[in-house]
Design a protein around this ligand. Structure first.
Ligand code: PLP
Length: 394
Protein backbone atom coordinates (compact mmCIF):
# COMPACT_ATOMS: atom_id res chain seq x y z
CA UNK A 1 0.00 0.00 0.00
CA UNK A 2 2.66 2.57 0.94
CA UNK A 3 4.55 1.75 -2.30
CA UNK A 4 1.37 2.32 -4.20
CA UNK A 5 0.65 5.67 -2.56
CA UNK A 6 4.28 6.72 -3.11
CA UNK A 7 3.84 5.88 -6.80
CA UNK A 8 0.72 8.08 -6.92
CA UNK A 9 2.55 10.93 -5.16
CA UNK A 10 5.30 10.74 -7.78
CA UNK A 11 2.74 10.86 -10.58
CA UNK A 12 1.13 13.92 -8.98
CA UNK A 13 4.53 15.58 -8.55
CA UNK A 14 5.19 14.97 -12.24
CA UNK A 15 1.88 16.61 -13.20
CA UNK A 16 2.76 19.58 -11.00
CA UNK A 17 6.30 19.87 -12.40
CA UNK A 18 4.97 19.96 -15.96
CA UNK A 19 2.55 22.78 -15.06
CA UNK A 20 -0.42 20.53 -15.78
CA UNK A 21 -2.05 20.57 -12.35
CA UNK A 22 -5.70 21.61 -12.40
CA UNK A 23 -6.99 23.52 -9.37
CA UNK A 24 -10.64 24.10 -8.56
CA UNK A 25 -11.96 27.46 -7.47
CA UNK A 26 -14.67 27.57 -4.82
CA UNK A 27 -17.70 29.51 -6.02
CA UNK A 28 -19.67 30.94 -3.09
CA UNK A 29 -23.15 31.15 -4.59
CA UNK A 30 -24.99 30.45 -7.84
CA UNK A 31 -23.44 30.05 -11.29
CA UNK A 32 -23.86 33.18 -13.42
CA UNK A 33 -22.29 35.93 -15.51
CA UNK A 34 -20.58 37.02 -12.29
CA UNK A 35 -19.73 34.67 -9.44
CA UNK A 36 -18.33 35.18 -5.93
CA UNK A 37 -14.96 33.60 -5.21
CA UNK A 38 -13.04 34.32 -2.03
CA UNK A 39 -15.45 37.17 -1.33
CA UNK A 40 -14.65 38.81 -4.69
CA UNK A 41 -17.08 39.31 -7.58
CA UNK A 42 -15.55 37.72 -10.68
CA UNK A 43 -16.56 37.99 -14.32
CA UNK A 44 -17.16 34.41 -15.41
CA UNK A 45 -16.03 33.51 -18.93
CA UNK A 46 -15.79 29.74 -18.64
CA UNK A 47 -19.28 28.32 -17.99
CA UNK A 48 -21.36 26.43 -20.55
CA UNK A 49 -24.25 28.61 -19.37
CA UNK A 50 -24.96 29.76 -22.94
CA UNK A 51 -28.46 31.14 -22.39
CA UNK A 52 -27.82 32.28 -18.82
CA UNK A 53 -30.43 29.87 -17.41
CA UNK A 54 -28.30 28.29 -14.66
CA UNK A 55 -29.74 30.64 -12.00
CA UNK A 56 -33.06 31.38 -13.73
CA UNK A 57 -35.92 31.91 -11.25
CA UNK A 58 -38.36 30.03 -13.50
CA UNK A 59 -36.19 26.91 -13.49
CA UNK A 60 -35.67 27.10 -9.74
CA UNK A 61 -39.44 27.40 -9.27
CA UNK A 62 -40.05 24.43 -11.61
CA UNK A 63 -37.49 22.34 -9.72
CA UNK A 64 -39.14 23.15 -6.38
CA UNK A 65 -42.61 22.42 -7.76
CA UNK A 66 -41.45 19.05 -9.08
CA UNK A 67 -39.98 18.17 -5.68
CA UNK A 68 -43.27 19.12 -4.01
CA UNK A 69 -45.32 17.01 -6.42
CA UNK A 70 -42.90 14.12 -7.11
CA UNK A 71 -40.48 13.99 -4.19
CA UNK A 72 -36.72 14.23 -3.90
CA UNK A 73 -35.21 11.02 -5.26
CA UNK A 74 -36.23 7.84 -7.03
CA UNK A 75 -34.05 5.33 -5.16
CA UNK A 76 -34.29 3.08 -8.19
CA UNK A 77 -33.20 2.56 -11.74
CA UNK A 78 -35.86 3.31 -14.31
CA UNK A 79 -37.00 -0.23 -15.14
CA UNK A 80 -37.39 -1.50 -11.59
CA UNK A 81 -39.50 1.26 -10.03
CA UNK A 82 -37.89 4.53 -11.04
CA UNK A 83 -39.97 5.86 -13.95
CA UNK A 84 -42.36 8.72 -13.22
CA UNK A 85 -44.81 10.40 -15.58
CA UNK A 86 -42.36 13.33 -15.56
CA UNK A 87 -39.59 11.19 -17.09
CA UNK A 88 -41.76 10.10 -19.99
CA UNK A 89 -43.08 13.66 -20.42
CA UNK A 90 -39.52 14.94 -20.75
CA UNK A 91 -38.46 12.17 -23.15
CA UNK A 92 -41.39 12.86 -25.45
CA UNK A 93 -41.11 16.65 -25.17
CA UNK A 94 -37.41 16.48 -25.99
CA UNK A 95 -37.96 14.14 -28.96
CA UNK A 96 -40.56 16.53 -30.38
CA UNK A 97 -38.18 19.47 -29.90
CA UNK A 98 -35.38 17.62 -31.72
CA UNK A 99 -37.61 16.21 -34.46
CA UNK A 100 -37.00 12.61 -33.39
CA UNK A 101 -39.39 9.74 -32.66
CA UNK A 102 -38.39 9.25 -29.04
CA UNK A 103 -35.60 9.82 -26.56
CA UNK A 104 -34.11 8.15 -23.48
CA UNK A 105 -32.67 9.90 -20.41
CA UNK A 106 -29.32 9.25 -18.73
CA UNK A 107 -27.61 10.65 -15.65
CA UNK A 108 -25.27 12.60 -17.93
CA UNK A 109 -24.33 12.83 -21.59
CA UNK A 110 -21.09 11.11 -20.62
CA UNK A 111 -23.29 8.11 -19.82
CA UNK A 112 -25.41 8.56 -22.95
CA UNK A 113 -22.30 8.43 -25.13
CA UNK A 114 -21.00 5.51 -23.10
CA UNK A 115 -24.32 3.75 -23.68
CA UNK A 116 -25.11 4.35 -27.32
CA UNK A 117 -22.62 2.20 -29.26
CA UNK A 118 -22.39 -1.14 -27.51
CA UNK A 119 -26.05 -2.24 -27.76
CA UNK A 120 -26.53 -1.01 -31.33
CA UNK A 121 -23.37 -2.29 -33.05
CA UNK A 122 -21.63 -5.65 -33.04
CA UNK A 123 -18.44 -7.20 -34.40
CA UNK A 124 -19.79 -7.13 -37.93
CA UNK A 125 -20.25 -3.35 -37.80
CA UNK A 126 -18.03 -0.27 -37.92
CA UNK A 127 -17.87 3.15 -36.26
CA UNK A 128 -16.20 6.00 -38.12
CA UNK A 129 -15.27 8.69 -35.59
CA UNK A 130 -13.93 12.25 -35.85
CA UNK A 131 -10.46 12.61 -34.28
CA UNK A 132 -11.62 15.51 -32.04
CA UNK A 133 -14.68 13.77 -30.65
CA UNK A 134 -15.41 14.18 -26.95
CA UNK A 135 -13.77 11.75 -24.51
CA UNK A 136 -17.14 10.15 -23.76
CA UNK A 137 -17.62 9.18 -27.42
CA UNK A 138 -14.13 7.70 -27.53
CA UNK A 139 -14.83 5.69 -24.39
CA UNK A 140 -18.27 4.63 -25.65
CA UNK A 141 -16.79 3.34 -28.89
CA UNK A 142 -14.17 1.36 -26.92
CA UNK A 143 -17.00 -0.40 -25.08
CA UNK A 144 -18.53 -1.67 -28.32
CA UNK A 145 -17.28 -4.59 -30.41
CA UNK A 146 -17.59 -2.66 -33.65
CA UNK A 147 -14.47 -2.06 -35.78
CA UNK A 148 -13.09 1.44 -35.32
CA UNK A 149 -12.09 3.91 -38.00
CA UNK A 150 -10.95 7.46 -37.27
CA UNK A 151 -10.93 10.45 -39.61
CA UNK A 152 -8.98 13.69 -39.17
CA UNK A 153 -11.05 16.44 -37.62
CA UNK A 154 -13.66 17.71 -40.07
CA UNK A 155 -11.59 16.36 -43.01
CA UNK A 156 -14.22 15.16 -45.44
CA UNK A 157 -11.73 13.51 -47.79
CA UNK A 158 -10.44 11.46 -44.90
CA UNK A 159 -14.01 10.66 -43.82
CA UNK A 160 -14.65 9.29 -47.31
CA UNK A 161 -11.43 7.24 -47.18
CA UNK A 162 -12.47 5.74 -43.84
CA UNK A 163 -16.01 5.03 -45.07
CA UNK A 164 -14.45 3.27 -48.03
CA UNK A 165 -12.17 1.26 -45.77
CA UNK A 166 -15.11 0.26 -43.57
CA UNK A 167 -17.15 -0.82 -46.63
CA UNK A 168 -14.24 -2.74 -48.13
CA UNK A 169 -13.66 -4.38 -44.77
CA UNK A 170 -17.15 -5.85 -45.18
CA UNK A 171 -18.94 -3.88 -42.48
CA UNK A 172 -22.64 -4.72 -42.14
CA UNK A 173 -23.71 -1.38 -40.65
CA UNK A 174 -21.56 1.75 -40.44
CA UNK A 175 -22.16 4.59 -37.99
CA UNK A 176 -20.40 7.95 -38.40
CA UNK A 177 -20.01 9.60 -34.98
CA UNK A 178 -19.21 13.28 -34.58
CA UNK A 179 -19.57 16.18 -32.18
CA UNK A 180 -21.86 18.84 -33.64
CA UNK A 181 -19.46 21.43 -32.21
CA UNK A 182 -15.84 20.63 -31.33
CA UNK A 183 -15.73 21.99 -27.83
CA UNK A 184 -12.03 22.80 -27.54
CA UNK A 185 -12.02 24.75 -30.82
CA UNK A 186 -15.56 26.16 -31.08
CA UNK A 187 -15.88 24.91 -34.65
CA UNK A 188 -18.90 23.26 -36.27
CA UNK A 189 -18.87 19.81 -37.82
CA UNK A 190 -19.52 19.93 -41.56
CA UNK A 191 -22.83 18.12 -41.25
CA UNK A 192 -24.00 18.88 -44.79
CA UNK A 193 -21.04 16.91 -46.14
CA UNK A 194 -21.05 14.28 -43.37
CA UNK A 195 -24.68 13.40 -44.12
CA UNK A 196 -24.10 13.47 -47.89
CA UNK A 197 -21.17 11.05 -47.61
CA UNK A 198 -23.03 8.87 -45.12
CA UNK A 199 -25.94 8.54 -47.54
CA UNK A 200 -23.55 7.73 -50.40
CA UNK A 201 -21.96 4.93 -48.34
CA UNK A 202 -25.17 3.70 -46.73
CA UNK A 203 -23.96 4.76 -43.27
CA UNK A 204 -25.86 6.14 -40.27
CA UNK A 205 -24.93 9.40 -38.53
CA UNK A 206 -24.79 10.12 -34.81
CA UNK A 207 -24.18 13.69 -33.56
CA UNK A 208 -23.32 14.77 -30.01
CA UNK A 209 -24.89 18.22 -29.78
CA UNK A 210 -23.94 19.17 -26.21
CA UNK A 211 -22.50 22.54 -27.26
CA UNK A 212 -25.41 23.41 -29.56
CA UNK A 213 -28.82 22.27 -28.34
CA UNK A 214 -30.79 25.26 -27.11
CA UNK A 215 -28.89 27.98 -28.93
CA UNK A 216 -27.64 26.80 -32.35
CA UNK A 217 -29.99 26.64 -35.34
CA UNK A 218 -33.66 27.65 -35.64
CA UNK A 219 -35.34 27.63 -32.15
CA UNK A 220 -32.08 26.23 -30.82
CA UNK A 221 -32.74 22.81 -32.35
CA UNK A 222 -29.02 22.22 -32.87
CA UNK A 223 -26.40 21.68 -35.54
CA UNK A 224 -28.47 19.44 -37.85
CA UNK A 225 -31.19 22.12 -37.96
CA UNK A 226 -28.50 24.76 -38.57
CA UNK A 227 -27.15 22.73 -41.49
CA UNK A 228 -30.63 21.88 -42.75
CA UNK A 229 -30.01 18.13 -42.54
CA UNK A 230 -31.44 15.14 -40.68
CA UNK A 231 -29.24 12.79 -38.68
CA UNK A 232 -30.14 9.39 -37.27
CA UNK A 233 -29.13 9.71 -33.62
CA UNK A 234 -28.56 12.76 -31.41
CA UNK A 235 -27.02 12.82 -27.96
CA UNK A 236 -26.99 15.81 -25.65
CA UNK A 237 -27.01 17.24 -22.15
CA UNK A 238 -29.14 19.25 -19.75
CA UNK A 239 -25.90 20.40 -18.17
CA UNK A 240 -25.16 23.25 -20.58
CA UNK A 241 -27.65 25.57 -22.31
CA UNK A 242 -30.73 23.65 -21.14
CA UNK A 243 -30.47 24.83 -17.54
CA UNK A 244 -26.99 23.64 -16.63
CA UNK A 245 -27.87 21.12 -13.89
CA UNK A 246 -27.17 17.64 -15.22
CA UNK A 247 -28.66 14.82 -17.22
CA UNK A 248 -28.10 13.46 -20.70
CA UNK A 249 -30.12 11.89 -23.45
CA UNK A 250 -30.14 9.97 -26.70
CA UNK A 251 -32.81 10.81 -29.29
CA UNK A 252 -33.55 8.80 -32.41
CA UNK A 253 -35.84 6.37 -34.22
CA UNK A 254 -38.22 4.29 -32.05
CA UNK A 255 -36.42 0.92 -32.41
CA UNK A 256 -33.10 2.55 -31.43
CA UNK A 257 -34.58 4.03 -28.27
CA UNK A 258 -36.54 0.85 -27.49
CA UNK A 259 -33.43 -1.32 -27.76
CA UNK A 260 -31.34 1.08 -25.69
CA UNK A 261 -34.00 0.89 -22.96
CA UNK A 262 -33.48 -2.89 -22.93
CA UNK A 263 -29.71 -3.03 -23.26
CA UNK A 264 -27.92 0.24 -22.46
CA UNK A 265 -25.86 -0.50 -19.36
CA UNK A 266 -25.64 3.04 -17.90
CA UNK A 267 -29.46 3.09 -18.13
CA UNK A 268 -30.06 -0.37 -16.67
CA UNK A 269 -27.60 -0.10 -13.79
CA UNK A 270 -27.85 3.53 -12.67
CA UNK A 271 -30.41 5.67 -10.90
CA UNK A 272 -33.28 7.57 -12.50
CA UNK A 273 -32.87 11.35 -12.79
CA UNK A 274 -34.39 13.15 -9.78
CA UNK A 275 -37.77 14.89 -10.21
CA UNK A 276 -36.34 18.38 -9.59
CA UNK A 277 -33.96 18.04 -12.54
CA UNK A 278 -36.63 16.54 -14.80
CA UNK A 279 -39.21 19.20 -13.92
CA UNK A 280 -36.73 22.01 -14.48
CA UNK A 281 -35.58 20.47 -17.78
CA UNK A 282 -39.20 20.53 -19.00
CA UNK A 283 -39.40 24.21 -18.05
CA UNK A 284 -36.05 24.85 -19.77
CA UNK A 285 -37.39 23.43 -23.05
CA UNK A 286 -40.41 25.75 -22.83
CA UNK A 287 -38.14 28.74 -22.28
CA UNK A 288 -35.66 27.72 -24.97
CA UNK A 289 -38.26 27.35 -27.71
CA UNK A 290 -39.25 30.99 -27.30
CA UNK A 291 -35.77 32.33 -26.54
CA UNK A 292 -34.92 34.05 -29.84
CA UNK A 293 -34.01 37.23 -27.95
CA UNK A 294 -31.51 35.33 -25.77
CA UNK A 295 -30.02 33.61 -28.83
CA UNK A 296 -29.60 36.97 -30.58
CA UNK A 297 -27.96 38.42 -27.46
CA UNK A 298 -25.63 35.43 -27.33
CA UNK A 299 -24.50 35.72 -30.94
CA UNK A 300 -24.11 39.51 -30.62
CA UNK A 301 -21.96 38.96 -27.53
CA UNK A 302 -19.83 36.36 -29.34
CA UNK A 303 -19.27 38.65 -32.30
CA UNK A 304 -18.35 41.63 -30.08
CA UNK A 305 -15.99 39.53 -27.96
CA UNK A 306 -14.16 38.01 -30.93
CA UNK A 307 -13.77 41.38 -32.63
CA UNK A 308 -12.49 42.97 -29.40
CA UNK A 309 -9.88 40.25 -28.79
CA UNK A 310 -8.72 40.31 -32.42
CA UNK A 311 -8.31 44.09 -32.30
CA UNK A 312 -5.79 43.63 -29.45
CA UNK A 313 -3.89 41.07 -31.54
CA UNK A 314 -4.83 37.87 -29.70
CA UNK A 315 -4.62 34.71 -31.77
CA UNK A 316 -8.08 33.10 -31.95
CA UNK A 317 -9.39 30.08 -33.77
CA UNK A 318 -11.73 31.47 -36.42
CA UNK A 319 -15.46 30.83 -36.13
CA UNK A 320 -18.79 32.13 -34.93
CA UNK A 321 -19.63 29.84 -31.99
CA UNK A 322 -19.76 31.35 -28.46
CA UNK A 323 -16.72 29.20 -27.61
CA UNK A 324 -13.83 31.57 -28.37
CA UNK A 325 -10.42 29.96 -27.76
CA UNK A 326 -7.46 32.30 -27.24
CA UNK A 327 -4.41 30.32 -28.35
CA UNK A 328 -1.38 30.54 -26.06
CA UNK A 329 0.98 27.61 -26.71
CA UNK A 330 2.63 26.12 -23.64
CA UNK A 331 0.65 25.13 -20.55
CA UNK A 332 2.62 27.18 -17.96
CA UNK A 333 2.11 30.40 -19.98
CA UNK A 334 -1.61 29.66 -20.30
CA UNK A 335 -1.75 29.13 -16.54
CA UNK A 336 0.15 32.37 -15.87
CA UNK A 337 -2.24 34.23 -18.15
CA UNK A 338 -5.25 32.75 -16.34
CA UNK A 339 -3.72 33.88 -13.00
CA UNK A 340 -3.11 37.41 -14.31
CA UNK A 341 -6.74 37.56 -15.41
CA UNK A 342 -7.86 36.22 -12.04
CA UNK A 343 -6.00 39.06 -10.32
CA UNK A 344 -8.05 41.46 -12.46
CA UNK A 345 -11.39 39.88 -11.53
CA UNK A 346 -11.86 37.67 -14.59
CA UNK A 347 -12.35 33.94 -14.24
CA UNK A 348 -11.19 31.87 -17.20
CA UNK A 349 -9.95 28.35 -17.56
CA UNK A 350 -6.69 27.34 -19.16
CA UNK A 351 -6.94 24.15 -21.23
CA UNK A 352 -3.83 22.09 -21.77
CA UNK A 353 -2.63 18.52 -22.15
CA UNK A 354 -4.26 16.00 -21.86
CA UNK A 355 -7.44 17.94 -22.70
CA UNK A 356 -5.83 19.45 -25.83
CA UNK A 357 -2.58 18.43 -27.58
CA UNK A 358 0.75 19.51 -26.04
CA UNK A 359 1.86 22.92 -27.30
CA UNK A 360 -1.69 23.97 -28.12
CA UNK A 361 -2.65 25.25 -24.66
CA UNK A 362 -5.34 27.88 -24.74
CA UNK A 363 -7.70 30.00 -22.71
CA UNK A 364 -11.14 28.86 -23.80
CA UNK A 365 -13.49 31.79 -23.30
CA UNK A 366 -17.21 31.25 -23.58
CA UNK A 367 -19.89 33.81 -24.17
CA UNK A 368 -23.38 33.69 -22.74
CA UNK A 369 -26.56 35.70 -23.06
CA UNK A 370 -26.38 37.02 -19.49
CA UNK A 371 -23.16 38.98 -20.12
CA UNK A 372 -23.71 42.72 -20.64
CA UNK A 373 -21.73 45.03 -22.90
CA UNK A 374 -20.20 46.46 -19.71
CA UNK A 375 -19.09 42.96 -18.67
CA UNK A 376 -17.47 42.39 -22.06
CA UNK A 377 -15.64 45.73 -22.05
CA UNK A 378 -14.36 44.97 -18.54
CA UNK A 379 -13.21 41.56 -19.75
CA UNK A 380 -11.50 42.93 -22.86
CA UNK A 381 -9.57 45.53 -20.85
CA UNK A 382 -8.41 42.83 -18.44
CA UNK A 383 -7.33 40.58 -21.33
CA UNK A 384 -5.25 43.37 -22.85
CA UNK A 385 -3.53 44.24 -19.55
CA UNK A 386 -2.92 40.65 -18.52
CA UNK A 387 -1.77 39.73 -22.03
CA UNK A 388 0.91 42.44 -21.93
CA UNK A 389 1.93 41.52 -18.40
CA UNK A 390 2.66 37.85 -19.14
CA UNK A 391 3.92 38.47 -22.68
CA UNK A 392 1.08 36.90 -24.68
CA UNK A 393 0.74 40.33 -26.33
CA UNK A 394 3.83 42.28 -27.31
C1 PLP B 1 -20.12 18.31 -21.87
C2 PLP B 1 -20.05 17.28 -22.93
C3 PLP B 1 -20.39 15.96 -22.69
C4 PLP B 1 -20.72 15.47 -21.30
O1 PLP B 1 -21.95 15.97 -20.90
P1 PLP B 1 -22.39 15.72 -19.37
O2 PLP B 1 -23.89 15.76 -19.47
O3 PLP B 1 -21.82 16.84 -18.60
O4 PLP B 1 -21.88 14.40 -18.97
C5 PLP B 1 -20.41 15.06 -23.73
N1 PLP B 1 -20.08 15.45 -24.99
C6 PLP B 1 -19.72 16.73 -25.27
C7 PLP B 1 -19.36 17.10 -26.65
C8 PLP B 1 -19.68 17.66 -24.24
O5 PLP B 1 -19.29 18.90 -24.51
Amino acid sequence: MSDFLEHLRETLAGIEAEGLMKRERLIEGPQGARVRIGGRSMLNLCANNYLGLADDRRLIAAAKAAMDSHGYGMASVRFICGTQDLHRDLEQRLAAFLGMEDSILFAACFDANGAVFEPLLGEADAVVSDSLNHASIIDGIKLSKARRFRFQNNDMDDLERQLNAAREGGARFILVATDGVFSMDGTFANLAEVTRLATAYGALVMVDDCHATGFVGPQGRGTPARAGVKVDILTGTFGKALGGALGGYIAGPQPVIDLLRQRARPYLFSNALPPAVVGAALAALDIVEGADALRTQLSDNAEYWRAGLEAFGFRLLPGSHPIVPVMIGEAPLAQAFARALDARGVMVSAFFFPVVPRGLARIRTQMNAALTRGDLDFGLAAFAEAGREVGVLS
